[in-house]
Design a protein around this ligand. Structure first.
Ligand code: EPZ
Length: 423
């Protein structure tokens, strides 16, 4: 098992190029199952989750050419496709559920063994299943009680579906299934994340007829067939936000390249409230934490375009050293404060009550042995390690490897004092 050794670092300086989005590439890879033709996916980040998705698609019978050194994945689901997603792969990556809609369309059946809860919450899929049932899919309720999604459908027919919560995964599964259903589907209270827009763009290139992605109402007119296409994945807005916080917390001056400012409006607004100077240039976004003292602010996570839950722990790292107290409210996941205990081992003295955390701020953090409790929290404790006195040892960094391509190398290029060692 690897771990990170992090020590107090000079202000981060230089430039960093953001990789392709993990949360865009995973549904797009799943969508490649909807055609027998070759799909070429570019700017795919070299991440553990992308490797797992490649293995999953191969286990289902697709031909997958993985060229992650060049951030490219080529998928051709041109043979017989199996209907069962093996548990040993699904338990490694919850996003395996994203193949549900495509499997139903290709084989008329989908058998996916759901893992139990994870560090940040139960992660139920009842909204995914509500949508599919509305499209004519039968779900074996007995199997579901055992955590197995056993879905079957001869034909999918369009329908109007309301999502009780704008679930990202449910929105993605439903628009994939609706793209080849007979008739029109209207999805109301849909998730509006940029990754949904990227998936819809990919599907429309394939010949789908999807309108309204990025708004709360998505309309899909089913078509007969989809074709293979080539597609560049959007940049990872959460990786970008993480490095923006890195520049802020170390009082650095960093140019962040390959970034879509529009995808980060809430994060940019909050960083500016903390006194961080952020300017857009034609090369990217320049983030300066060296211009003014970092002051506190309050955060409430919400579905997009609200403040992203995936940025909650990285942003909290900044708040532990900001001048003054901050309040963080997590409304998206029911258990996403596991990192608070790790920050407190470094002296942050954060108190939590339910989904609310009070961060006193003004702390001189001390290095400590900490754990990455989820992929974003792992990045967050690295950020506090960059400004803490003494050594911070981060273990269970396989979580970080799931969501951040070349995280250590990128930080070291900016002057961070971080090493990856085998335990
Ligand atoms: C996606 O997860 C992302 N993962 C998550 O990123 C991200 O945190 C999340 O969206 C929210 O933005 C990928 O895209 C692979 P949801 P997803 O369905 O689709 C509840 C990361 O760090 N819910 O929008 O699983 C659910 O329990 C990961 O990169 C139901 O109650 O998120 C959660 O509390 C972590 N019933 C909330 O909605 C359902 O049927 C958001 O879940 C579905 C979801």
């Amino acid at each position: 098992m690897a771990k990170f050794l992090v020590q107090k670092s000079a202000p981060l300086k230089g430039e960093v190029k953001i990789s392709g989005s993990k949360n865009a590439v995973l549904p797009i890879m799943a969508a490649a199952l909807l055609t027998e033709e070759k799909c070429i996916i570019k700017d795919a980040p070299a991440l553990r989750d992308v490797e797992v998705m490649c293995s999953l698609l191969e286990s289902l019978g697709a031909t997958v050419e993985k060229d992650l050194e060049n951030n490219k994945v080529i998928i051709a689901a041109d043979g017989d496709i199996a209907c069962e997603a093996p548990y040993d792969l699904v338990k490694m990556m919850r996003a395996s559920i994203l193949v549900l809609g495509a499997l139903l369309l290709r084989t008329g059946r989908a058998l996916i063994h759901l893992p139990g809860g994870c560090a940040i919450g139960k992660r139920p899929v009842e909204l995914h299943l509500k949508g599919l049932k509305a499209l004519g899919v039968t779900i074996d309720e007995e199997q579901l009680l055992r955590g197995i999604v056993d879905a079957s459908a001869d034909k999918l027919r369009g329908n109007t579906i309301y999502l009780d919560f704008p679930s990202v995964g449910a929105t993605e599964v439903i628009i994939m299934a609706a793209s080849l259903a007979e008739g029109t589907t209207v999805l109301e209270n849909a998730a509006q994340e940029p990754e949904i827009v990227d998936l819809a763009n990919f599907l429309n290139k394939m010949g789908a007829r999807i309108k309204g992605a990025g708004t709360d109402t998505i309309k899909v007119e089913g078509v007969e067939k989809l074709k293979g296409v080539s597609h560049h994945v959007i940049p990872d807005r959460i990786e970008a936000g993480t490095f923006m916080v890195g520049a802020a917390i170390t009082k650095g001056n960093v140019l962040i390249k390959n970034i879509v400012p529009d995808h980060l409006k809430a994060v940019i607004a909050k960083l500016r409230e903390c006194g961080v100077e952020i300017s857009t240039t034609d090369e990217g976004m320049r983030v300066r934490g060296d211009r003014k003292p970092i002051v506190s602010t309050d955060i409430k996570t919400l579905p997009y375009p609200g403040f992203p839950t995936d940025m909650q722990s990285p942003f909290m790292a900044l708040l532990t050293v900001a001048n003054g107290p901050s309040v963080v409210i997590e409304t998206v996941f029911e258990n996403r404060f596991m990192h608070v205990g790790e920050f407190n081992r470094m002296g942050a003295n954060i108190k939590t009550e339910g989904n609310c955390a009070i961060i006193p701020g003004d702390k001189n953090l001390q290095g400590a042995q900490v754990v990455a409790t989820d992929l974003r929290a792992g990045a967050a404790v690295v950020l506090t390690g960059l400004v803490a006195d003494g050594m911070t040892e981060v273990s269970q960094v396989y979580h970080v490897d799931r969501g951040y391509e070349d995280f250590v190398e990128k930080l070291r290029t900016l002057g961070a004092n971080i090493l990856r060692v085998e335990e």
